[in-house]
Design a binder for this molecule. Sequence first.
Ligand code: GAP
Length: 513
Amino acid sequence: MAKQDDIFKNVVSHAKEYGYIFPSSEIYDGLSAVYDYAQNGVELKKNIREYWWQSMVQMHENIVGLDAAILMHPTTWKASGHVDAFNDPLIDNKDSKKRYRADVLIEDYAEKLNQKAQKEIDKARERFGASFDEEQYKTTNPRVMEYLSKKKEILERMARSLETENLADVKALIEELEIACPESGSKNWTDVKQFNLMFGTKLGASAENAMDLYLRPETAQGIFVNFLNVQKTGRMKIPFGIAQTGKAFRNEIVARQFIFRMREFEQMEMQFFVKPGEEMKWYEYWKTTRLNWHLSLGLGKSNYRFHDHEKLAHYANAAADIEFNFPFGFKELEGIHSRTDFDLKAHEQHSGKKIQYFDNETNESYTPYVVETSVGLDRMFLAVFSNSLKEEVLEDGSERVVLSLPAALAPIKAAVLPLVKKDGLPELAKEILKKLRLDYNVMYEEKDTIGKRYRRMDAIGTPFCITVDHDSLNDNSVTLRYRDTMEQKRVNIDELAQIIDKEVNMKYLFEQL
Ligand code: GAP
């Protein structure tokens, strides 16, 4: 655990030191769970957003984009169920005075049982070698069966209690499992209470006439209320999708783990409208498609897993998370939800406007079903950033810190470095910079020794360094250094753009999808 904590601390301090993420309003000691993206962070975030947007909107002829406002008519949130049901069950520890999400305490306990079962399975795999049948072992080994069935039983009971609002039973479960406060070790708990996560604000100048509004807690509702507008003006035929990226706000009570759980964050959501009865086919399709999108970034297949929900949200008939192996373990990165016709029907009811799709082929009108994919941009950032940060010991025994970001996402694609600040080298370097910047974000750096500049670019995650030396003036060639292998090659200046493009152009990622 201590090691995990250290890795995570390194991620947070590296993000600050190299201009990726700062605490919000830091001169006033910051604001809890709110962060600012700095000069390099904003570029990485933009590139992740761009990769998501283009793979949704540009690569699918039946998906279009939208940018709805953050402020929406307040009835939106009544219809969506957020006013009544967007709650977290909270519990306080009376000794440490720390507040926790009761469901998270129970889920963490269940995950420990899962890990125990996994440990037994891994041991058996080693023992039996190639002939090992995991499924058979899971259903026959008494110890593994006991761990897994206890886990299932706990999660099912919690889901039932939360669904029926039986908060006393949620507390009873915590007590029966003897869950202790992670901070104090005490089992002295308060009752469980529900807490609404939406931030309220007001519209209007005078207190009497002001209208109560909410900052949107998800971008999805902006898509639902525009369903007919987009369908009609875009002449969209079902199945089709509407994609949107933008800020969402939640008054998270247990906000920690850096940008994993923030109060102001960004979502990338796509609502896919389908014919009723076809939603499970599309749900499976989007589960596979979204996992492939993540895998295309090359962060390692074993770092992803699906988690099917036992406890379904009020609007869903199936839901799964794509979990990522963050420095603090596997946690939700993206949600894929089969939302039925709940949202469109609810908006129809609350607005009094008919929200249906007319199918020309069958001459029928119906309320479409929806399959949603919803990924947090900040969580994507954390997944990419933390997975890329490495400390390496080199052959000569020295160490380097390298941020091996997928090249297509790196904030700066190449740094152009004159070996010395004289003899016409800066001038040639700037000429190269001028050409390359037509295509990509590149930078010029002449301060410090070349070795120090290489290390700095490794730490920022710049895939290429281009060094201009005295020979460059005569032979029109430069040294191209690769970040990950540290290989150095002599290449002609006229070939630079093409070589770099092959590594950093997003189109090569799209080809894998
Ligand atoms: N429209 C569905 C929806 O909002 P969700 O599971 O609550 O579903 C979707 O959120 C995604 O948004 C999550 O998988 C996560 O990546 C991101 N997310 C949710 N709450 C967040 C928070 N407080 N901070 C950062 N990201 C968050």
